[in-house]
Write a protein that binds this ligand. Structure first.
Ligand code: ATP
Length: 317
């Protein structure tokens, strides 16, 4: 009898409660002021020892996710293997639920899940600082995806300060069958800044600051003040690229949501609601409005990825 040891990890998406975007730095990244919240809309990553590294993707959002070495979860496995002097023989299976190109850091979540999962699968026992430094090499949002909860991110979003949260927040996340490319949205913002004749480089645009009002509302569990303080500098850019998003935002607030906000660089719209009951009402009304094709109910904060061990018998299919 063959025994297979797998590690399964739930990898949560994020919503930016605040996304302040400064100018473009010489290295191509933008200075950001980002308040992240990890939410219960998650992918599940299962890692099983195999001869070679391979990736399979299933679940409702599998389309458009590469099932090869370019998948960021595979890149995370390779990076960790290289750093540890190991062969990256792992079958990575992603059960994909997070919207793709949705601004919810779905790829970053999978990368963080793969780091945590391989650390457990290979019994490496790496500490948080080491995993965080690998995460930052993989992408700006991967460190937060590893930490979970709520945090303020500065720099390109990777320098994190954990934030206190006074109460669970409830959300509806709406998608309309299209995504937005993060580089394309940043490029459009720069084009708009240049054509308006305003500064667009990091030395010309003041560094964005953390919103005190938002962070205080989050700590106090004051959902009404939090709704008032939500803000994303990329929202006007994304809505100009995809005007349909404006109709989605209006439908959600007409349906009773406290506020709507573009998630990251889009194209998902997040609606903050008062409780789980209102989430169901808003989700139903949003779908009935025809301004979106899916509406996910979620809550946050949730912790970052945590490994769960599974032992099965049989072949590694
Ligand atoms: P962010 O919020 O971090 O800017 P996003 O949520 O808008 O990112 P993702 O869903 O992470 O965007 O995907 C961006 C692109 O990365 C996709 O178009 C896809 O081709 C590629 N990709 C690679 N690996 C993955 C993965 N595991 N999950 C999703 N997309 C992936």
């Amino acid at each position: 009898m063959t025994y297979l040891r797998s590690i399964s990890v739930r990898a949560p998406a994020k919503v930016n409660l605040q996304l302040g975007v400064g100018g473009r730095r010489d290295d191509g990244y933008h200075e950001l002021a980002s308040v992240f919240l990890a939410v219960s809309l998650s992918d599940r990553i299962t890692l099983t020892a195999a001869e070679e590294l391979r990736v399979t993707v299933g679940g409702p959002r599998a389309a458009d996710v590469p099932a090869d070495a370019s998948n960021i979860a595979a890149r995370a496995v390779e990076l960790l293997a290289k750093r540890s002097g190991l062969h990256p023989g792992v079958h990575v299976h992603i059960d994909k639920h997070i919207p793709v190109q949705g601004g919810m850091a779905g790829g970053s979540a999978d990368a963080a899940g793969a780091l945590v999962g391989c650390d457990a699968l290979w019994n490496l026992g790496l500490g948080r600082p080491e995993l965080l430094s690998l995460a930052a090499e993989l992408g700006s949002d991967v460190p937060f995806s590893l930490v979970g909860g709520a945090a303020f991110g500065s720099g390109r979003g990777e320098r994190l300060t954990v934030l206190p949260v006074g109460a669970t927040t409830h959300w509806v996340f709406a998608t309309a069958g299209f995504g937005l490319s993060t580089p394309a949205v940043f490029a459009e913002q720069e084009r708009r800044r240049r054509s308006a004749g305003v500064p667009w480089t990091a030395d010309g645009v003041p560094s964005p600051l953390m919103s005190r009002k938002l962070v205080d509302a989050l700590a106090a569990g004051d959902t009404a003040s939090l709704a008032d303080a939500l803000g994303n500098d990329l929202e006007p850019v994304a809505t100009s690229m995809r005007p349909q998003l404006t109709a989605t935002l209006k439908s959600g607030t007409d349906a009773g949501a406290l506020a709507g906000i573009l998630c990251g660089s889009g194209a998902t719209i997040g609606f903050l609601v008062s409780d789980g009951h209102q989430a169901r009402t808003v989700a139903q009304k949003l779908l009935a409005s025809g301004t979106c094709t899916s509406a996910h109910i979620a809550a946050g904060p949730v912790p970052g990825p945590e490994p769960e061990e599974i032992i099965t018998t049989g072949e590694n299919g």
